[in-house]
Write a protein of this length. Structure first.
Length: 423
């Protein structure tokens, strides 16, 4: 594992350009195997998850090439085979191969995926959808096996018992080539789902309603890529850098964003008193002065994103009073708390069952040796390290690299003193 050495205390200024959305990319790559032609993605972030997904593609004889921010994938000669369990277990989003393989071959065997340990994230809604579409599904010793009868998959009416981004996307991937009509009720509305649907529709798919809570899919027999698909900007990366800019910046402009995707986040920054100037595709963050405490409730999109509750925490340490966060999606997402407290922060988990986190003003922050237990927890430690006057060593930095492309270059570009050391 690698580690990040962060020497804080510098006032940061300049510009940062946001890359393509991680949460779109990790679903688009599995979706590519549904194509009957090579596909090409632009604005692909250079993150570890992309390289792990490419290893999984290689195990299926799917050629891929990643050059700059362009990824090409050729599934023309795809073969069924055992997927590499190490790569599967390294990232949660590998479960999208369940829907993609089921849609392509009408059967699949996938080791239960890994990724960030942020509490229970069951796949029961995925399995419910696959069964409704005509698949027989069994689970044994961490392995999911799916197959269909000779008639293959078919359209179905599916109502998800809970709003789930993963289950919504996996259902789309399995259903896009299934004959008949599939209707997904209580679907997630995240921008990344719209991005997946746009990619599939541009290849000849027939998906309507993405971005609403009812998605309608008319199955098609063939998907052909005719144009490059440009991945939407990463709203979570953007929110992370907005928090950093407000916490330790002397004037930073964040480029390549879609402001509508960040409204719930920027509304909280403005409520705190942050100096934001919004443009069509960028935000300028001026130096922060007196910041007010806020109460945040994490909700499915368009609510406040769970992936941003940890990156905003360092900024809450600078307010004049007590702030609270309630994470209704992943209440156990608290890996950052003990590590932040090593740095002098006053943060505590009041009720882990309800996801209640309490953040008090903290004026005695200092560098420390801490561990990035998962992607967004690592981001919160990094921001806090840049706010302090001392040196912070963040172990397990690979977790940060899984979600933030070119992060060292971007931080150095605004004056941060950071170094990545590979163990």
């Amino acid at each position: 594992m690698s580690k990040l050495i962060v020497k804080g205390g510098n006032r940061l200024s300049g510009e940062i350009t946001i890359g393509g959305a991680k949460n779109s990319t990790v679903a688009l790559i599995p979706a590519a195997i549904l194509a009957d032609t090579p596909v090409r993605f632009d604005s692909v972030p250079d993150i570890l998850d992309v390289h792990n997904l490419m290893l999984i593609l290689e195990s299926m004889n799917v050629k891929s090439d990643f050059n700059g921010n362009v990824l090409t994938i050729d599934p023309s000669n795809i073969v069924e085979g055992a997927l590499p369990s190490k790569a599967i277990k390294s990232l949660r989003a590998s479960y999208y191969f369940m829907g993609a393989l089921l849609g392509r071959f009408h059967r699949a065997t996938v080791t239960f995926p890994g990724g960030d340990n942020i509490g229970p994230r069951p796949i029961d809604q995925h399995i419910k959808a696959f069964r409704a579409l005509g698949a027989e599904v069994t689970e044994e010793n961490g392995t999911v096996r799916m197959r269909t009868s000779e008639n293959g998959l078919h359209g179905a009416q599916i109502f998800l018992d809970m709003v789930s981004v993963g289950a919504t996307i996996n259902t789309i991937l399995a259903a896009v080539k299934a004959p008949g009509t599939t209707i997904i009720g209580n679907a997630a509305k995240e921008p990344e789902i719209i991005d997946i649907a746009t990619f599939l529709n541009n290849m000849g798919g027939n998906i309507r309603g993405a971005g609403t809570d009812v998605i309608r899919i008319e199955g098609v027999s063939r998907l052909e890529a005719k144009n490059t698909h440009t991945i939407i900007p990463d709203r979570i990366e953007a929110g992370t850098y907005l928090s950093l800019a407000a916490a330790a910046g002397d004037g930073i402009r964040i480029n390549n964003i879609i402001p509508e995707h960040l409204e719930s986040f920027t509304a909280k920054l403005e409520e705190m008193g942050c100096d934001l100037t919004m443009y069509e595709d960028s935000v300028y963050v001026g130096p922060s002065k007196m910041l007010s405490p806020v109460d945040i409730k994490v909700m499915p999109f368009p609510g406040f994103a769970t992936d941003l509750q940890q990156p905003i925490t360092p900024l809450l340490l600078k307010t004049t009073g007590r702030s609270t966060i309630v994470d209704t999606i992943y209440p156990q997402r608290v890996k950052h708390i003990a590590e932040l407290n090593k740095m002098g922060a006053k943060v505590k988990s009041e009720d882990i069952e309800e996801g209640l986190i309490v953040v008090d003003p903290s004026s005695d922050l200092h560098g420390a040796v801490v561990d990035a237990g998962e992607i967004r927890a690592g981001a919160s430690l990094l921001i806090t390290g840049l706010m302090t006057q001392g040196t912070t060593e963040i172990q397990g930095a690979d977790n940060i690299l899984r979600g933030y492309g070119s992060i060292i270059d971007k931080l150095r570009g605004i004056g941060a003193d950071v170094e990545l050391i590979q163990d």
